[in-house]
Ligand binder design. Sequence first.
Ligand SMILES: [Zn+2]
Length: 267
Amino acid sequence: MTTSTLPLSAAQPCATDGIPLEWHRRCTSYAINVNGSSTLSMEQLRTVFATAFSQWTNITCAGESANIMVRQMDEFTTCAQAAYEARGTNIQAFALSHDWNPMYDPNAYAVTTVWHNTQTGEILDVDMEVNENRGPYTMCPDEGCTDGSVDLLNVITHEVGHYFGIGHTIIPSATMYRASPPGETGKRSLEVDDIAAYCGIYPPGALPDACEDAPHGGLSTDLSCGQQDPAGCCSVAPFGGYAHTKSALFLVGLTASIAVWRRRRVR
Ligand SMILES: [Zn+2]
């Protein structure tokens, strides 16, 4: 993903202009929405998100780790939407909801919003919304689900790629491919293309050693979506402009599903 504002397509899912989006800090944190999921327990949700992140942060690039740490907060957030306050406090909120934003594609399993500095590409805040209407979400057996249920870990491992600033790929077997059939579990594990993207953005030693995981502007103390600086204004952020980009993982129809499924099963 980059600061580009040009539209992307299935044929060209990867921006080739603009400045790449990336974290400039090694440590970050997020909170799960207090309402949890309609089908999974809070404990299961915690496991799914933690497992998805560990798939990425356990990557080694030429034998070395980028040493990136993402902490799941013990507290739950009341924030259920994508929000960023340039002059106030924030929280990185991950929420599952049946109340799907009408501006979003109803075929999306999830939408990840990456707020970033438009001049430097630095990622400032990431919020993740999961569409419960595309479920029901479950934890499928390794071989996948055949009853129409959706494997949440499959979806979240893909979305976490966006958390790190990685866009979509044209390689159907990769975790960062833009579409997924229901019940697929192949995106739980990362492929060569996914690892190359991560190592390209975060080569070991590229990020500062310091580990401060509070959100930009400080943590929203009431664990809501964040608060504007009461003394603040305005449309211009202190560091220049900021914007967000939204990325989704989409349901694919049956024919395409089977093709992708088979390709993944034979690996
Ligand atoms: Zn996506």
